[in-house]
Design a protein around this ligand. Structure first.
Ligand SMILES: Cc1cc2nc3c(=O)[nH]c(=O)nc-3n(C[C@H](O)[C@H](O)[C@H](O)COP(=O)(O)OP(=O)(O)OC[C@H]3O[C@@H](n4cnc5c(N)ncnc54)[C@H](O)[C@@H]3O)c2cc1C
Length: 277
């Protein structure tokens, strides 16, 4: 439970406060930190509200979205691609969309994450800030797949924002839950590009499975790129075999495997039919 609330003046200050307060967390929208039975345990909250990370800017070939941008800002901005608006709307509660931030959602990267599968499928880049062991402030720009693959190693990292390329690319996601407000059993993200010769490249297949985490299906990605999986049925079968799933209140493991494979196969079929989104 939060007992102390500190307000950082800038990114470096936030990182220093975090380092000097071992049981502390960055505080963005607070929707997970304050949730009943929250997964986040901390005594000290370090507010990021003064860091000016709540803007969405057009940077020419890319769009930069600050980590403190809320889900509702994503929905309302004309700069944000539809695939990300769709994922932000998976959060059905307007008050929560008004508080929950993109950075908070990515930092959690949970097994029922609204945004992680689609952002991973988009090949976004993350803008991060850290302190070196000696205490020097540094910023970096990393592929989101790296953040996901080594997630625990980024626990002290401050997310500054996300950079989305404007290059033509199909990106889509689907979420499967009993109701809009229920936790999802499965959320899938699929992204790929097709060049003028019809060659499929840069395929990304990510599946968030309740109880089993956010999974990258690299073998499926490679098989699509190599032309080994060409039909919707091929992809469905391959995804069903590749994912890990457990029985729980959101569904049986076989249901989750079925629904994830159906979700990815649908997106693959849309991609093949249209090629870009
Ligand atoms: C009723 C309810 C249902 C929910 N259902 C879902 C759901 O289905 N799917 C889902 O994904 N989430 C769900 N959530 C959790 C939450 O609303 C979202 O994940 C939200 O996006 C978290 O963002 P936040 O800004 O509120 O994060 P916070 O609660 O402020 O922080 C969450 C974590 O992220 C860290 N963090 C925040 N910002 C940064 C940053 N810039 N850099 C590094 N670390 C940071 C914090 O330190 C903390 O550990 C639910 C919450 C509630 C209350």
């Amino acid at each position: 439970m939060i007992q102390e609330f500190l307000i950082a003046n800038d990114s470096e200050d936030a990182l220093k406060l975090r380092r000097n307060n071992p049981k502390s967390v960055f505080y963005a929208g607070g929707t997970e930190i304050n949730r009943l039975n929250s997964t986040v345990m901390a005594k000290t909250a370090i507010s990021l509200s003064k860091l000016h990370l709540n803007n969405i800017t057009d940077e020419g070939n890319s769009i930069r979205i600050g980590s403190m941008v809320t889900f509702q800002q994503l929905v309302e901005s004309p700069l944000v691609p539809q695939y990300l608006k769709d994922a932000a709307l998976y959060c059905g509660s307007f008050p929560r969309r008004n508080m929950a931030t993109l950075g908070g959602n990515l930092a959690l990267c949970g097994d029922h994450s609204y945004l992680a599968p689609v952002l991973l499928a988009s090949r976004a880049r993350l803008l991060t800030a850290n302190l070196t062991e000696g205490g020097a402030y540094s910023e970096d720009n990393i592929p989101i797949r790296e953040y996901h693959a080594y997630h625990s190693q980024f626990s002290g990292t401050l997310l500054l924002g996300v950079s989305l390329s404007k290059d033509q690319r199909f990106v889509g996601s689907s979420r499967f839950a009993n109701t809009l407000e229920s936790q999802a059993g499965v959320t899938v993200g699929f992204g790929a590009t097709k060049n003028n010769e019809g060659v499929i490249d840069h395929v990304r297949v990510y599946v968030a499975v309740k109880g089993s985490g956010v999974q990258r299906l690299s073998d499926v990605e490679n098989a699509i790129e190599n032309g080994e999986l060409t039909s919707r049925q091929d992809v469905q079968l391959a995804v069903g075999h590749a994912i890990e799933a457990k029985d729980d209140f959101t569904g049986s493991s076989s249901y989750k495997r079925y629904i994830a494979s159906e979700g990815i196969a649908q997106l693959f079929a849309e991609f093949v039919a249209g090629g870009a989104k």
